[in-house]
Design a binder for this molecule. Sequence first.
Ligand code: N01
Length: 487
Amino acid sequence: MAEQRALRIAIVGAGMSGICMGVKLQDAGLDDFLIYEAADEVGGTWRDNTYPGLTCDVPSRFYSYSFRPNPEWSHVYSPGSEIQSYFRQVATERGILSRIRFGTPVESARYEQGRWMVTTADGDERFDVLITATGVLRVPRYPAIPGLQTFAGPCFHSARWDHSVSLAGKRIGLIGTGSTGVQIAAELGGKVRGLTVFQRTPQWVFPTPNPRYSRLTTVLLRRWPALCRIGYRFWQNVFEGIPARAVVEPGWQRRIMVTLCRVNLRLSVRDLELRRKLTPGYHPMCKRQVFAGHYYRALQKPGVQVVTEAIDNVDATGVVTADGVHHELDVLVLATGFDAHAYVHPMTVVGERGLTLEEAWAEGPHAYRSVAVPGFPNMFMLIGPHSPIGNQSLVIIAETQAEYVLRWLDHLRSGQVVAVEPTDSATKEYNEDIKAALPQTVWVTGCNSWYLGKDGLPELFPWRPGRHRELLSGPELAHFEVHTAER
Ligand code: N01
């Protein structure tokens, strides 16, 4: 057997997808890899988000690595802290922690003389392959509200929750009613002295009860792990069969989702004035669909009010709305979302002939099948542009992409192939196919959302999740420039 080329691999990010990639590399016998992590802990979004009420709105049995079922999930939709512990546990038991260089943000990665030079505050290191695993919703978006800095009480973003601030007996102002704002309101409503929810755009809410798993269930799953796999497949079929289909094609799935959202609002909110305030003027699922159990109930608890007047400014003691009303507050929470287009930001990535990723993406982020970009040889992205991220388990997506990367690494380590990158034409064609499919999706039915890119089009995968797996089932050599040793 021909001798294999030793590959040195850099992964950027030790969140869910970076850990996944590390495990897969290790299992494939590719042991020479290093994971750079800016923070001092693994977990990415699950490390950063610790707000009250945080759960994952994808069922935990499915929001798990397929290679590491977890009988211990407490709920159908388990709390964020459990999810964070799960990822940490996988990283620990698979020996990934020792591969991570914590507290080391990557400043830049440059492709020079056939290798990637990764620069951090500690200096430069060279790798054969660069894999970015930097997540999607990582960079908090702060609202540009006049006077926000003058607020005298604690004021923080939902992804930077300040747990030193006691909420007992306080009047909380909550700006934002996306998936995050809804979860916070559902948790705090009725439990604090006052909760004022500043809603700019109402959300459709899909009714989502969240039962606890019984002790017996956990015991049975521990005893027969195959049951976990059945649970995984069950929730995969439900999620991929209904919401993930509903968003990309018209049909009964879409009608069911729409009906249940409308019925939920009608049955849960009897007060006509409140119902009017909470009724969106756009199609359900156009924005990322919110799944929640107690939101409407929480909004109707004593001390909770929904303010729909636009925010004019913030002063030392509260929020002033456009109707001139001053809302007195002790704590201000900004559930105002993330820069969903930041990708590897603020890291600079420079490919062949000095081309930066920023330049390559001047018209907006795009990639070949969500994983690779022309002009950036031997660079792969996990959860890259147009990944199927709307109301889906990102875990299965990262796994699919990691498996695909492994297939290319097999070529690279065979020794005959030195570098690979997708061709411009294959990437262009793929992105044109995406554009052609977008009109079928619910995301273009007329709403504003973080899904939309610079060109006003959703940066999402417009087909069923199974198509993503098909597209990444193996390298299509004709779509790549394959640089061989002789070149
Ligand atoms: O952020 P968002 P999010 N004045 O961008 C409002 C994931 N997630 O953190 O709709 C007033 O959705 C803004 O108003 P509008 C999930 O993918 C997952 O809630 O733009 N309001 C909106 O209401 C989710 O989609 C889980 O008019 C302002 C809100 O802030 C994604 O994270 C749980 C404003 C931002 O909503 C982001 O959700 C939670 C301003 N100046 C989150 N600026 C899971 O369970 C913004 N807003 C997996």
